[in-house]
Design a protein. Structure first.
Length: 103
């Protein structure tokens, strides 16, 4: 894991297309701005873990336990759900341990 020290207004570039800006630091909270291509999903870690768990549970559920008796396709979802009220996408690789990502 790469560990960096940044101050508000400073940035980190990831690859060619992702720019992370430290927007604000308040006590133990850091507000980040992330500029990334529209098709690159970005999650907060706790949202990503919840989606993974729901997909796992759905994949293991018997077909008769699902609403309307519909079968699953192995737990796949379209991944385009939004974190209600925050405008966050809910499909991407999880953030590093203890990190949160928001769009």
């Amino acid at each position: 894991m790469l560990i960096l020290t940044r101050r508000p207004g400073e940035r980190v570039v990831i690859g060619e297309d992702v720019l992370v800006t430290v927007m604000e630091i308040s006590g133990q909270t850091v507000r980040l701005g992330i500029a990334a291509p529209q098709g690159l999903p970005i999650y907060r870690e706790e949202i990503w873990l919840a989606v993974k768990e729901e997909n796992r549970a759905a994949a293991e559920a018997p077909a008769d336990a699902l609403p309307d008796g519909r079968a699953t396709d192995g737990g796949a979802t379209d991944g385009g759900a939004s974190d209600s009220g925050t405008g966050e996408s809910s499909s991407a690789a999880p953030a590093g341990e203890g990190e949160q990502q928001a769009r």
